[in-house]
Design a protein around this ligand. Sequence first.
Ligand SMILES: [Ca+2]
Length: 288
Amino acid sequence: MPLPVPRKALVLAVGLLASLAGRAGVDTLPFVETPAASAFFAAGVMNSFDGVGSGAADDWTFDAEAGDRLTARIESAIGDARPRLRLINPAGQTIASADGDGSGAAEFFTVLLPLPGAYKVRVYTDTQVSDYRLRADLSRGPTLEAEPNNSVETPNVPPLIFLAGSYRFRMAGSLPDADSAGDFFALGTLDAGNAITSELFTGPQSSLPIGAARVSLFRSGQADPVFSANTNFTFAVVERGEYFVRVSSADTRGLFARYLLTITIADGVLRLRFSPFRCQPKAHGCQT
Ligand SMILES: [Ca+2]
């Protein structure tokens, strides 16, 4: 086994930079499960393009299981680098592709990894060398957000996990600088007495400090949130309607501003013998 040659790669973890060894042009994405046992894995690196053109690409490798999903976003320090972002499967085929514009950002969301094996996130520039930062989020469970999800008109609709007397979803997302609108997720139609419990995790793989992100509840037809907090909470629904939850941050957004949101909805009115929730097959994929 050849010894790795030290490389200039830097790994971003716990908000600190630590050196990482690897081979020129090929290195490992250092995924960390966050929080433990969540099935959500986060990685981040800082590096620079060695030259112009795909021949000078950096390949960031990782192992996946069949059914995993990957989101990645690159931001170049110089916008004119217009970074190219590719996802290469174990057979060498490109299965996702995004080209940055003059803002220097490129991203793809929640790409299904159908085969087990070694994948590569490939990044390069066709125009201008630059430093860059790359975020990768891999999920084996929680749903990964997909932009645009910036209003109640265009929310993500997470699949639900049905539990005894409640249902739940877990959503992993992030709030880059440009995402001042935040991320909206549909909760479906709720009745008075239903209880919405929100838990937001950021943790050491996120640049969001505790309390920097806000979770707000919206009811269809009302412009203002019916409830909003920057701490975990339980909210009792007063009025039947279609509800949405938004995660946002006014001033601490960034490439690594990740979060994992867990929403649990319980039937506070205890109609135990019947399903307390109005199933929305189109939205939730459940059976009526
Ligand atoms: Ca958003």
